[in-house]
Design a protein around this ligand. Structure first.
Ligand code: CDP
Ligand code: MG
Length: 732
């Protein structure tokens, strides 16, 4: 929807611009000629009279026309005028001056490390250069991004620059969304997707170049790719490998890749003044808000970038800023507040790249996504709260949680650097100099050392890599974490007691989801409830963004939500939502009426379709008829999530079955008041306490049936269970 309206905005803007420079007659003529370019079908649209009127009255009609594909010409018209400007911009990027030298270095070396300031043009330009000089004649160019948002937005940008339609020559591929075609030559993708491609074709034979971009982010998948690519580069003579990163870690990468040369792109960087708070701030959000307002009223023009930790925090900061500035009315210049985080819908993301209007100031509230992967022009001021959200995994308990931790010095420098891209800037750190010096680590901890490795181990095993302990990691994971992953996969039945992949494990590996979830899908076949399980799995992956709770209609929203409640728990409640929506023909109006987020539902629908496709690939029959015994749906979930079971103790407190860890039912759960004796939950979220999110009633009997090796009789303290756990012989 948004895109179409944007196209109109372009038209409208052009009209506005021309209105001042041209006579009425010229504008009229221009509109005539424009009109002759468009094909509206056989209906005539009178838009020469007044563009305003057109926007108001005829937009719906034209929208239909656009959807029916009768508006092709307009698209080309918009793209061309924009692309001309983009070509000029391309030549101004720092990497452009190095174009020839860079291409020579790539020609002469198998692996090249490219290091350059963020925003110097590595991601958008290097693949284009390689395409321009013909590398794509021999195969596609892959460019990996740690973040989905970056993959999509960069691909869109490059498509614009090359004047092609996104998904044709330039495409992107992220989990559950493939926007590429036969004609695609440059493919931006998440690092996880390239890992998947390794599974389908370990030689990556359709590629001539692989660029592992944003290498400094050191995501789990990027780290694994390093090992695989290093090996592949030795085996394939016709493959070029580029490892590109911001100005961090380049020497380390070079050493790891057999002393590959480093190609530096000299940046244009202006000095940034750094300010600290005199004493620690108790409330960094409040401090950030005040700093924004102070900058806004006292400092010269220039946009502000605020680093916060997550979506909720960004939303509440947004609200606070809105209410404070509203109070000031027209006394201050306009402050445009824009959020950016990974889950933000793409139309909204695009907004942060729009130029700030004259006289106004933009303030972007961002997670660490804006640290390196997204560059916003015009930022002069940076406010850094000094924290970020990170996954943290405890191999002893097997629990993964998102926690807020101090950033590293390297990140702090990177954040500050964002203020100096276009002019000298200022960075306000909401922490003390003392804490910078004494409390921040030098570098961030790579993800591989702080997350669950289940999925990755499954992928590596299915790539035939048996010996994980001796895998060539840039930084190896803790052996405890590796062993824990092997144990988990063993408990799920994906590995046998020799540590080899089982038939089940091989099928599970096909699914780009947590092994726990793929196990559920496999198991559901037994009870012919794969359709239900896949639906719920899809709903769970859009997670907590299904229900919509506007502040002024909380009561209505909560009532609507109640109407979906299922006594068996949140899993089947989610299923209710989906199936009622399906019955309503996937209608957006239905969603609005029921306080359900249409966008999330669409995403769930997409994911479900893909899961069903994948089921077909591994020859699982997806039931067409509704499942007869709905309890079996939960049992199927239990086949993967038996790790996540808790029991209500006499004290009125839930403890996990395995480690007797205290946990609580999330207030949003339909089980919140119910308090059944046994619950299975989808995940734990840590806020004020450890909450079980998406919980359902389960039967303790299932545990002995589904995970005989995992639970000891003590765990279940039920007299009927006397079986001893089978000894585990693992060969990591
Ligand atoms: O990869 P690197 O950080 O070196 O730079 P890049 O992502 O290739 O960005 C080069 C330029 O393209 C930046 O100045 C951005 O302003 C612009 N760009 C954009 O406008 N929209 C995007 N989605 C990505 C980049
Ligand atoms: Mg980049």
């Amino acid at each position: 929807g948004g895109k179409i309206e944007d196209r109109f905005k372009v038209l409208y803007k052009r009209y506005e611009e021309e209105k001042h420079t041209k006579t009425e007659q010229e504008v009229w003529e221009n509109a005539q000629t424009s009109r002759s370019k468009y094909n509206y079908g056989n209906k005539e649209v009178k838009f020469q009279q007044n563009y305003d009127l057109l926007l108001d009255n005829q937009i719906d009609y034209i929208k239909t026309q656009l959807i029916e594909g009768n508006f092709e010409e307009d698209e080309r018209f918009e793209r061309f005028s924009k692309a001309d400007r983009l070509q000029d911009e391309r030549c101004e990027l720092p990497v452009f001056k190095q174009r020839d030298k860079l291409l020579t270095a790539i020609r002469d070396h198998k692996i090249l490390i490219v290091e350059g300031e963020t925003g110097s043009g590595k991601t958008t330009q290097i693949p284009q250069y390689l395409h321009e000089v013909g590398y794509t004649k021999y195969g596609k160019i892959a460019c990996t991004q740690p973040r989905r948002v970056a993959a999509m937005s960069v691909a869109a940008r490059v498509a614009q620059e090359m004047r092609v339609k996104l998904g044709h020559e330039i495409g992107y591929s992220i989990r559950f969304e493939d926007c590429t075609s036969e004609t695609t030559v440059i493919k931006y993708m998440t690092d996880g997707m390239l890992l998947r491609e390794f599974m389908m074709d370990p030689e990556l034979s359709s590629y001539s170049v692989v660029m592992i971009d944003e290498a400094h982010e050191r995501t789990l998948h990027t780290d694994i790719l390093f090992g695989l690519i290093k090996d592949l580069a030795r085996a394939r003579n016709n493959l070029k490998v580029i490892i590109s990163s911001a100005t961090m870690d380049a020497e380390k990468f070079a050493r790891y890749f057999d002393n590959a040369p480093i190609f530096g792109i000299p940046g244009r960087r202006f000095p940034v003044d750094v300010f600290y708070t005199k004493s620690p701030e108790a409330d960094y959000i409040e401090a950030a808000v005040i700093t924004v307002l102070q900058i806004h009223v006292t400092q010269p023009a220039g946009d502000i970038l605020v680093f916060l930790t997550g979506q909720e925090e960004i939303e509440s900061t947004h609200d606070i800023l809105l209410s404070r500035t509203r109070g000031l009315g027209t006394k201050i210049p306009e402050l445009i507040i824009l959020p950016i985080y990974s889950n933000l819908p793409s139309e909204m993301q695009a907004k942060i790249f729009e130029p700030t209007p004259e006289g106004a100031r933009k303030v972007v509230l961002a997670t660490n996504i804006a640290e390196t992967s997204v560059t916003i022009d015009g930022i002069i001021y940076v406010i850094d709260c000094g924290l970020c959200k990170e996954t943290c995994y405890n191999p002893r308990t097997g629990m993964e949680s998102l926690v807020i931790v101090p950033i590293s010095k390297a990140s702090a420098r990177q954040r500050a650097g964002r203020a100096g891209r276009v002019a000298p800037g200022k960075c306000f750190r909401i922490y003390t100099l003392w804490s910078y010096d004494n409390e921040l680590e030098e570098n961030p901890v790579p993800e591989i050392q702080r997350c669950n490795l289940g999925n990755v181990v499954l992928i590596l095993k299915s790539l035939g890599i048996e010996d994980l302990v001796h895998f060539d990691f840039l930084d190896p994971p803790a052996s405890e974490t590796l062993i824990r992953a092997l144990e988990e996969l063993y408990a799920l039945g994906a590995l046998n007691d020799e540590g080899q992949l089982t038939k089940l494990g091989r099928r599970m590996a096909e699914f780009p989801v947590d092994p726990k979830l793929s196990k559920c899908i496999m198991y559901s076949e037994k009870y012919s409830c794969t359709n239900e399980v896949a639906t719920i799995a899809a709903m769970l992956s859009v997670g907590n963004s299904v229900f919509f709770r506007p502040k002024d209609k909380i009561m209505h929203a909560d009532n609507a939500r109640m109407s979906f409640s299922c006594r068996d728990g949140d899993h089947l409640t989610l299923f209710n939502v989906y199936s009622q929506w399906e019955e309503a023909n996937f209608s957006s109006i239905w969603c609005r009426d029921h306080f359900i987020q249409y966008r999330s539902m669409n995403k769930a629908r997409d994911i479900k379709e893909q899961l069903v496709d994948l089921c077909e690939r591994v020859e699982i029959i997806v039931n067409k008829e509704p499942c007869k015994d709905i309890k079996m749906v939960i049992k199927s979930f239990c086949s993967g999530y038996f790790f996540n079971c808790a029991r209500l103790h006499k004290s009125g407190i839930y403890k996990t079955v395995k480690n007797a860890h205290t946990v609580f039912i999330h207030p949003s759960s339909v089980m919140f008041k119910e308090m059944p004796k046994w619950v299975m939950y989808h995940e734990l979220v840590l806020t004020s306490k450890e909450f079980m999110r998406h919980a359902s009633i389960m039967s303790s009997q299932w545990l002995t049936e589904l995970a005989p090796h995992y639970f000891s009789s003590q765990d279940l303290d039920d007299d009927s269970i006397k079986k001893m756990p089978k000894p585990i012989k693992l060969n990591p």
